[in-house]
Design a binder for this molecule. Structure first.
Ligand code: SF4
Length: 351
């Protein structure tokens, strides 16, 4: 059961709202070179069509900001976060170029007046700033504390630097590569602040490892009402990060979508389950309708286990059975089984 959501302030990232009672948003980050406008455009298009609601992009020098201007024109509706380190001028230019949020570590900017300049510019445009710490960026002064306390104190210190200038549009992230530390740090932080929290496990590794580590932490926190936006960090295709984020929110009942149930396969399997599940996964990607679709390898258990599905399929010797809410819709041979199923699924989606 999900505990009541922790009360947080709302910040606006372009048209996406983070915090308050707004739905939890799914973020990802491009991994193409920002200056390679063609590749970055292709990747942003893929991310957006997978359902990415906020796109982060690394602005590692001034030329990146020039590239961002072009991306801004191509994706005028997409909420963009600029990832900036060390150079306050990049932050100022990015704000001027129309970035929707910036992510920086004020501790990395070498003079107070430079931070003040960024804050003034962000305030004028109503742009939030994300601050925070991960285990690699803890301020040395906190190193005598436990890792969890150091993460929390280090990020609260950054918040104070911004608040000193009257800046309030803040999102905080505390991330460890250890899911349990990430949980504890976010729980502590959540009890000390009303700024919205960005959840994620940092350096979570390649796909399978990240899915497990991130889900352990994010699922626990979300079930306890903590977290306003999230990112799965995966060493690999960022589209997977977006798909994982949506799947998690759907599995926790925090978002509508198509629930695909499919059997684990065994010696009774009569249809190509990998092929069927991967084709159906593609078809339902990004569909926000609350439907359950079942793909089962055989009728022995398949019909029973999938009986609550809005639409289901179960393999037989000669092809398969298609069923709707437990009632048989028809029996088909291998040649036209999937075509009929696909047609019925499209109908359901578009109804
Ligand atoms: S539904 Fe049939 S094929 Fe699938 S695991 Fe169960 S018994 Fe095996």
């Amino acid at each position: 059961m999900i505990t009541d959501r922790k009360e947080t302030k709302t910040v606006q990232v372009g048209h996406a709202a983070i915090g308050g009672e707004n739905p939890i948003t799914v973020q990802s980050m491009t991994n193409t070179d920002t200056k390679d406008i063609y590749s970055t455009t292709v990747q942003i298009r893929e991310l957006v069509s997978a359902g990415c609601e906020i796109v982060r992009i690394a602005l590692y020098d001034i030329e990146c900001v020039e590239a961002f201007r072009e991306l801004r024109r191509a994706f005028h509706d997409t909420p963009f976060v600029g990832d900036i380190h060390f150079d306050y001028k990049i932050a100022l230019k990015a704000i001027e170029a129309g970035i929707d949020k910036i992510r920086l570590n004020p501790g990395n900017i070498d003079a107070d007046w430079k931070i003040h300049e960024i804050v003034k510019a962000a305030n004028e445009k109503g742009i939030p700033i994300r601050v925070g710490a991960n285990t690699g960026s803890i301020n040395k002064r906190f190193q005598q504390l436990s890792k969890v306390e150091a993460l929390v104190e280090s990020s609260l210190e950054q918040v104070q630097i911004l608040e000193k200038y009257g800046f309030e549009d803040i999102v905080i992230a505390v991330k460890s590569s250890c899911p349990l530390e990430t949980i504890q740090a976010n729980e502590q932080l959540s009890s000390k602040t009303q700024h919205p929290l960005h959840l994620g496990v940092t350096e979570a590794g390649p796909l399978r490892q990240s899915l497990i580590k991130s889900t352990i932490a994010l699922s626990h926190l979300l079930q306890n009402g903590i977290g306003d936006t999230l990112r799965y960090s995966i060493s690999g295709d960022p589209v997977e990060e977006v798909l994982a984020g949506h799947q998690l929110l759907m599995s926790l009942g925090l978002r509508d979508g198509v629930n695909l149930i499919s059997c684990p396969t065994c010696a009774r399997t009569e249809i190509d389950m990998e092929e069927y599940t991967s084709r159906v996964s593609e078809m339902i990607q990004g569909i926000k309708k609350p439907l359950t679709i079942a793909i089962m390898g055989c009728v022995v258990n398949g019909m029973g286990e999938g009986k609550h599905a809005d639409l289901g399929i179960a393999g037989t010797k000669n092809g398969g059975v298609i069923f709707k809410k437990g009632e048989i819709f028809g029996k088909f041979n291998h040649e036209n089984l999937f075509d009929v199923f696909e047609k019925e699924l499209k109908k359901l989606i578009n109804e």
